[in-house]
Design a protein around this ligand. Structure first.
Ligand SMILES: Nc1ncnc2c1ncn2[C@@H]1O[C@H](COP(=O)(O)OP(=O)(O)OP(=O)(O)O)[C@@H](O)[C@H]1O
Ligand SMILES: [Mg+2]
Length: 206
């Protein structure tokens, strides 16, 4: 296993909670300081994982909860080995949208497969590579619709209201217990959230 020396930052939260916005801004701030970094996302980030992402998000497919879990973990295994570990070994700050917490929340809690199963499979897929910081954006469900602006919805976004409520509740519950995890109010101004995240990352990189 490659030795780690970079910094691993994960951005989490429900759909449209601001992950990509804050990832882009954090990467911008790091680059402007001349810090070597990498912006990536799950599911995806490699050829194999992006191919799996297409299956996972295709609204025309019916995927069983267990098959879904394994597809996410297959994508994660490939991404961890091919992208995350090498970048961290090079000393980069890796900013990744979604990681193991998404699987605990969506498959473990919202789909009901259980946290025991998801934590076990997360460990297998990642070889126990854990983030140095996970930021969870909490937004009320109505905010999703306000931010959505009539786009075509993917397979997961098309789930019913109780599923999305379970996702939000799951994030809030797990974020409070998980190590090195910061739960933030995702309805705050993007500028303010950016400042807070940069301050956290700075403290960790010292
Ligand atoms: N703090 C904020 N306040 C208000 N609107 C925001 C905020 N952050 C992001 N947005 C807006 O909300 C929408 C979704 O943001 P973004 O794409 O960053 O979320 P995401 O979590 O990456 O979503 P997805 O689940 O689609 O990947 C965008 O239109 C973005 O401009
Ligand atoms: Mg996004």
């Amino acid at each position: 296993m490659t030795r780690r020396k970079g910094l691993f930052v994960v951005l989490e939260g429900p759909d449209k909670s601001g992950k990509s916005t804050q990832a882009r801004r954090l990467i911008g701030a790091l680059l402007s300081r001349g810090i070597k970094c990498l912006h990536t996302r799950e599911p995806g980030g490699t050829g194999v994982a992006e191919a799996i992402r297409k299956i996972l998000l295709d609204p025309s497919l019916r995927v069983s909860p267990t098959a879904e879990l394994f597809l996410y973990e297959a994508s994660r295994a490939q991404h961890t080995e091919q992208v995350l570990r090498p970048a961290l070994a090079e000393g980069r700050v890796v900013v990744c949208e979604r990681y193991t917490l998404s699987t605990d929340v969506y498959q473990g809690l919202a789909r009901g497969l259980g946290l025991k199963t998801t934590t076990t499979l997360n460990k297998v897929a990642t070889g126990s590579l854990a983030p140095d910081l996970t930021v969870v954006f909490d937004i009320p469900d109505r905010e999703f619709h306000a931010r959505d602006r009539g786009r075509v919805l993917d397979r997961i976004e098309r789930e019913d209201a109780p599923f999305h409520r379970a996702v939000r509740a799951g994030y809030r519950a797990l974020a409070k217990k998980a190590p090195r995890t910061l739960l933030v109010d995702g309805t705050r101004a993007a500028d303010e959230l950016h400042e807070e995240i940069v301050a956290r990352v700075k403290r960790l990189s010292k």
